[in-house]
Design a protein around this ligand. Structure first.
Ligand SMILES: [Zn+2]
Length: 147
């Protein structure tokens, strides 16, 4: 067995910045996201989406995950959808609203790649909660502090 791993080509997501291996079968990318990031998000949430019919709490977690993802991956030309997602997150978390002058953060502390990486040790609803909280804090931090 060789100890030298083949170098896998990677791509950086235009939305969240996650650097992920390029997948040959990734399928279409969501607008504002790389194909590999889109696929990772879909794969990570698939099981929970399938539970929605039987488990109302799964629906809330999926909604929060969709908003956290949308807040990091704005569709070009659709600022209204972006702002709606940014505004729903603090409501779901019981946090203060993101100030209106907040701009899209240049960097993110947590992405779907972090969520997927911790799935073995932490359950998905808890990971989605801390991911959404981090997205909310990153957004809030860009606003001008008037206090
Ligand atoms: Zn991404």
């Amino acid at each position: 067995m060789s100890s030298v791993a083949p170098v896998q080509p990677t791509e950086s997501c235009p939305g969240c910045g996650a650097v992920l291996a390029v997948l040959s079968d990734a399928g279409p990318a969501r607008p504002g996201a790389s194909a590999s990031c889109t696929r990772l998000f879909e794969d990570t949430l698939r099981g929970l989406r399938e539970e929605i019919a039987a488990d109302p709490s799964a629906a809330a977690t999926v909604r929060l995950a969709d908003d956290a993802y949308a807040a990091q991956h704005p569709e070009p030309g659709d600022p209204t959808a972006l702002r709606a997602a940014v505004d729903r997150i603090p409501v779901a978390l019981g946090e203060r609203p993101v100030p209106p002058d907040a701009a899209r953060p240049a960097r993110w502390r947590t992405t779907i790649a972090d969520v997927a990486a911790d799935l073995d040790v932490i359950d998905l609803p808890a990971l989605v909660g801390s991911w959404a909280r981090s997205v909310h804090e990153d957004w809030t931090a860009t606003a001008v502090d008037r206090s």
